[in-house]
Design a protein around this ligand. Structure first.
Ligand code: N7H
Length: 469
């Protein structure tokens, strides 16, 4: 359900001593959904008395890659090919930048830690660095010499007015699906059965899972670097020209059309020409919209087909009878992810703003949870679900959303925020009549990541410590 966090550190590790790890693991204080719900209530109550106060709330989670499962001698097949092969071997399929060598092997241009072995990740979160540092130290001390830390990434909610906004400046974390029985859906929020996020229960697309995998979840981690000055420069140089719009407003409108929301979070489907900060703040209205279903330009007058939020949650654009969706009431149900990322890296400096060139790496520590990444052995994209499906079949697919009256190959175009073509120029915001917009480069560049499995507490107390359940 998302941690109420201000700071978070991702600590990636390799297991050095399996038996010692199993002996130490039970002493880690992993946070439960109940803990998080109680923490959210405690925050609400404390804020009623003292608005703006921060109460110390330490959170910890742990997840394992396939290599981590191997290191622990957990040998049952979890039933997910992409997870078992690891994200490194999926980089080319995801459209990440890199080079193919003479032997045909693809080498992504990734942060070097992600090109080597990573067995697991500790996710430590809290309201301050003091709390997070304490959680990290306690966890690493507890696991002791059973692990070796190979990489860590610190994420932080942005300061001041930018709180809640990612580095390009957009309010984030507005639209996530509501897991039935855990969260009461707000208007426009997709209710999804828990099995879309958790393995081994109804709506998990894989029929049988090993018992220890039940109620765990696949955790996708991606270090997505954002070229913020370059992106803003692109917007400044390409304002939408309309009578009555000054260039600044025209650039803001272009940004809003690329994302599908204004920086405030107001959806352009409801606020097509001018930002509406009141709408942005109103949780009863800011997600309550569907997309018009006319063909051609009429269907994208307000929100372009290729806008990031339309590509990643096409709402009523999907055909309910499509076999992949198989839920006539809510076609995107089976393809939903829960996002739980956080910005990392420093604020843009004066020098970077002035030069319009990134000097310090910053971006989004992207995290998503889902019950499947790839549900069949063959590498056919349709068998991907969750993050992998979204990235490959929606964001990177110029023809998505389908049936909008475009000639084949000249569809809505790439997702302008995260659609990837190995770093090459990409076309987006396709129109049936006029030219498309060409993005000169990716403004979000993958620096790598890994596919992890986040076990249930029950599994952590049994199979993962070598105790028969
Ligand atoms: Fe996206 N951005 O700042 O432009 N995203 N995203 N995302 N994203 C969303 O609704 C962003 C990424 C989804 O239900 C918003 O919370 C950036 C990946 C989904 O309407 C904004 C990066 C994937 C949604 C951004 C990034 C997704 C969503 C609107 C990378 C999956 C919900 C705020 C650096 C492949 C759509 C909100 C819905 C929303 C941005 C990555 C998926 C502002 C900068 C890799 C499903």
């Amino acid at each position: 359900i998302g941690l109420p966090k201000k700071k978070e550190e991702f600590v990636f590790f390799v297991i050095k001593d399996k038996d010692l790890f199993k002996a130490n693991l039970p002493r880690l204080k992993i946070s439960t959904t109940g803990d998080v719900q109680r923490a959210k209530q405690a925050i609400d109550q404390a804020r009623k008395k003292n608005p703006g106060c921060l109460i110390p709330l330490p959170f910890l989670n742990i997840a394992f890659s396939q290599q981590g499962l191997n290191a622990l001698n957990i040998t049952d097949d979890i039933g997910d090919v992409a997870f078992s092969n690891g994200q490194f071997n999926d980089a080319h399929n995801l459209g990440d930048e890199g080079i193919t060598d003479a032997d045909g092997k693809f080498h992504p241009r990734w942060e070097s830690a992600f090109t080597g072995r990573i067995d697991g990740v500790l996710l430590a979160a809290g309201e301050s660095w003091k709390t997070v540092n304490y959680v990290v130290k306690a966890a690493v001390d507890t696991l002791g010499r059973s692990i070796q830390v190979v990489y860590s990434l610190k994420g932080s909610v942005r300061p001041g007015e930018e709180k809640g906004h990612e580095h390009f400046g957009w309010e984030d974390g507005i639209s996530n699906p509501a897991v039935e029985g855990v969260v009461t859906p707000l208007p426009g929020q997709r209710p999804i059965p828990p099995g879309v996020i958790l393995l081994g229960i109804e709506r998990d697309p894989v029929a049988t899972r090993p018992p220890w995998a039940v109620e765990g979840s696949f955790l996708v981690f991606r270090q997505l670097s954002q070229l913020v000055p370059e992106f803003h420069d692109f917007l400044d140089n390409n304002p939408i020209v309309l009578p009555g719009l000054d260039p600044k407003h025209g650039s803001e409108l272009l940004g809003a059309r690329l994302v599908g929301r204004w920086k405030s979070g107001a959806p352009i489907q409801l606020a097509p020409l001018f930002d509406d900060p009141e709408l942005a703040k109103d949780k009863q209205r800011n997600n309550r919209f569907v997309f018009p279903q006319e063909q051609g330009e009429a269907g994208q007058t307000e929100c372009p087909y290729a806008a990031h939020i339309r590509k990643t949650n096409p709402r009523n654009d999907l055909d309910p009878t499509d076999v992949d969706n198989n839920d006539p009431k809510n076609p995107t149900t089976g393809l939903s992810i829960t996002r739980a990322g956080i910005p990392y890296g420093p604020e843009v400096t004066y020098g970077e703003k002035h030069e319009k060139i990134t000097e310090h790496e910053r971006g989004l520590a992207f995290v998503s949870y889902q019950s499947a990444l790839q549900v069949a052995p063959e590498d056919i994209p349709r068998n991907s679900k969750g993050f992998r499906f979204m990235q490959r079949l929606w964001c990177n697919n110029v023809n998505f959303p389908p049936n909008k009256g475009f000639p084949e190959g000249e569809g809505p175009g790439f997702d302008p925020i995260v659609g990837q073509l190995g770093g090459a120029k990409r076309a987006t915001l396709g129109t049936n009549s006029g030219p498309q917009l060409t993005l000169p480069r990716d403004f979000v560049v993958s620096r790598g990541g890994e596919y992890f499995f986040s076990p249930s507490l029950h599994a952590l107390k049994t199979t993962f410590v070598g105790v028969t359940p």
